[in-house]
Design a protein around this ligand. Structure first.
Ligand code: CP
Ligand code: NVA
Length: 311
């Protein structure tokens, strides 16, 4: 059966670990030899549909296809006008009749679900309003690399709780047995739906999932501190109000000082220094944001090979 990756919950803990281990192998192989043993994606094409801007996502997917011996085609909003020039279903049928894989960055999560429904090829969510699962694969791979394992770790997310990155991080933590704490302003707490789903999943892995409005309480004693922009793509009209409400949630030196001394700082980027994070933290010794960004490439190679049944 065709496999999609629309949510972090599309892979079990075992399957996620399979992807991480393959990603690590591919990363080391590429760094040592500058090529892979095999052109896994010879004659294969991936369509990359973007309704929103991107640096890392486009770079990492396109580079992944090149390094695996395949080809990627960029389709921006002005090229196909998804749902406007043509229906999402027709786009999925036509694209998957010619391409072996579809990756899409969309405004509404229902759009990626529609694509997956009508596509005969695997579909990967490259960010929707609900989830950013590929980002979180790279984040957790980075945590694994930095901390050597994922056992007895606590991740604190500070900022916009009702956000794609937060949702995927919370769910992935529940799947993989990482304790997760979120601190957001009252108006921007995580949705009950995601929190309840994560708590249910966490019953199997044994991790704890919690949220509050108190950043100090969330960060205290944590191993990883994560934030994201306060104004996600699509939220621009609320920028002024958001910047004011979120200011007490900035990750700065004072807030980092209550985490464990060996805690790392993460951010999916792009970052807005002086808003969600101070320069001294993101450019300081605890920050692993550029390693995190690079791991997008390695983990997405592994994800693609896994979804296509090539590994
Ligand atoms: N983190 C991330 O998805 O970056 P881009 O928006 O630049 O792709
Ligand atoms: N939450 C951010 C992530 C950017 C990569 C957004 O959706 O804009």
């Amino acid at each position: 059966m065709k496999k999609n990756y629309l949510s972090v919950t599309d892979l079990s803990a075992d399957q996620t670990w399979q992807v991480f281990k393959l990603a690590k192998k591919l990363k080391l192989e590429w760094k040592e030899k500058g090529k892979h043993q095999q052109n896994w994606l010879d004659n294969k094409t991936m369509a990359m549909i973007f309704e929103k801007p991107s640096l890392r996502t486009r770079l990492s997917f396109e580079t992944a296809l090149t390094q695996l011996g395949g080809h990627a085609i960029y389709l921006g909003p002005n090229d196909i006008g998804m749902g406007k020039r043509e229906s999402v279903g027709d786009i999925a049928i036509v694209t998957s009749s010619m391409c072996d894989l579809i990756m899409a960055r969309v405004f509404k999560h229902s759009t990626i679900e529609q694509l997956a429904k009508h596509s005969s090829a695997p579909v990967i969510n490259a960010l929707s309003d609900l989830e950013h699962p590929c980002q979180i694969l790279a984040d957790v791979m980075t945590i694994w690399e930095e901390k050597d394992n994922l056992q007895n770790l606590t991740v604190a997310f500070v900022g916009d709780g009702d956000n794609n990155v937060t949702n995927s991080l919370c769910l992935a933590s529940a799947i993989l047995g990482i304790n997760f704490k979120c601190a957001s302003p009252e108006k921007y707490l995580m949705s009950d739906k995601v929190i309840d789903q994560a708590k249910l999943i966490a019953k199997t892995s044994g991790s704890t999932i919690s949220q509050s409005t108190n950043p100090i309480e969330a960060v205290e004693g944590s191993d990883v501190v994560i934030t994201d922009t306060w104004v996600s793509m699509g939220d621009e009209s609320e920028k002024k109000e958001r910047l004011k409400i979120f200011m007490p949630y900035q990750v700065n030196k004072k807030l980092m000082s209550v985490a464990k001394p060996a805690a790392i700082f993460m951010h999916c980027l792009p970052a807005y220094r002086g808003n969600e994070v101070s320069s001294e933290v993101i450019d300081g010794p605890q920050s692993v944001v550029f390693l995190e960004a690079e791991n997008r490439l390695h983990v997405q190679k592994a994800l693609i090979l896994y979804l296509m049944g090539l590994q």
